[in-house]
Design a protein around this ligand. Structure first.
Ligand code: NAP
Length: 274
């Protein structure tokens, strides 16, 4: 059965829109874009469109690719202090002469839409209230929507990146799953993945998870994105769907949920202001 991220995104966006109108929320998102990157432009346009659809004001601050780090920091500080701004996103990647981790962690915790600041990461580690990274939150919302039990499940995550794999492992552990985090040095990967009740692939290697690596009846969540001949290909080979009880299509699964969770996080922040 399909874990239909697109459908759930559309349902959630309608709910968010109603909530924003009912509460007369004035929400403003600041997106900082540094330099020119075609993929980033597409992501930013999607975010802006999604915000507009639900009545959120999104403004893109486009900075020259040769900007000094001090100027980027000044802008982040200004937006931190601006009471009309609810949330801030520093779109990655940024040019190499700028330190993304340093700059993104300067965003105030209560404006940190992506959940990347030290405070949010630390709170996730301690299982305290935190803003979850959007992809992580989107995956959890999708599983919960389809009543897939997380507590007690054996969950295998392939990929330990800072944006998806690592925070997802913590968030699922916090929800009482038993989590195994795999990476490029993991031995006998197929033996481990075959034990998974829920298997998440967050690598970016097309079709690397094949049917023989999947337990019968497992839930498959495909986060990875590779572009081959202009087409998006996930980490999970479509033949593996035959063994699964549930699976996310890719595209159309985790991606749409990630964008919707930007709105979810912004509403959470607005509610936190009360
Ligand atoms: P990342 O930081 O580059 O992490 C990739 C991970 O994959 C690393 O931990 C790496 O292991 C592991 N890996 C590489 N080759 C492997 C192999 N052969 N076997 C097992 N593990 C292997 O990437 P990321 O930022 O986490 O993103 C992962 C993927 O998700 C990308 O394709 C990205 O585009 C996609 N993504 C999608 C969304 C969405 O909304 N759909 C959102 C975010 C990211 P090492 O640590 O050992 O190097």
């Amino acid at each position: 059965m399909l874990l239909d991220g697109k459908k759930l995104r559309d349902e959630l966006l309608l709910k968010y829109k109603e909530k924003i109108i009912d509460n007369n929320f004035k929400i403003k998102l600041a997106i900082i874009e540094v330099g020119e990157n075609d993929a980033s432009k597409i992501y930013i346009n999607n975010k802006v469109k999604c915000c507009m659809n639900v009545g959120i004001d999104a403004k893109v601050y486009h900075l020259d690719e040769n900007i000094l780090e001090s100027d980027l920091i000044n802008l982040i500080n200004e937006l931190n202090e601006d009471e009309t701004i609810t949330g801030i996103i520093l779109q990655s990647p940024i040019p190499k002469h700028l330190d993304f981790d340093k700059c993104s962690s300067l965003i105030k915790q209560n404006k940190d839409v992506d959940g990347f600041t030290k405070e949010n990461v630390y709170n996730l580690y301690l299982n305290r209230k935190n803003i979850l990274p959007c992809t992580v939150k989107g995956i959890i919302k999708l599983l919960e929507h389809y009543n897939i039990q997380i507590e007690g499940a054996n969950i295998v995550i392939v990929g330990r990146g800072n944006i998806v794999g690592k925070p997802l492992a913590l968030a699922l552990e916090n929800r009482n799953a038993t989590v195994t985090l795999c990476h490029s040095k993991t031995k006998n990967l197929e033996k481990i993945t075959k034990n998974a009740d829920i298997l998440v692939a967050a690598v970016g290697k097309a079709n690397m998870i094949t049917k023989d690596m999947v337990k019968a009846g497992a839930v498959l969540v495909d986060v990875g994105v590779s572009k081959i001949d202009g087409k998006i290909i996930g980490d999970i080979d479509k033949k593996a769907y035959e063994a699964a009880s549930y699976f996310t299509p890719n595209p159309g699964g985790v991606g749409p949920m990630t964008v919707a969770m930007i709105i979810d996080n912004l509403i959470e922040m607005k509610e936190g202001e009360k």
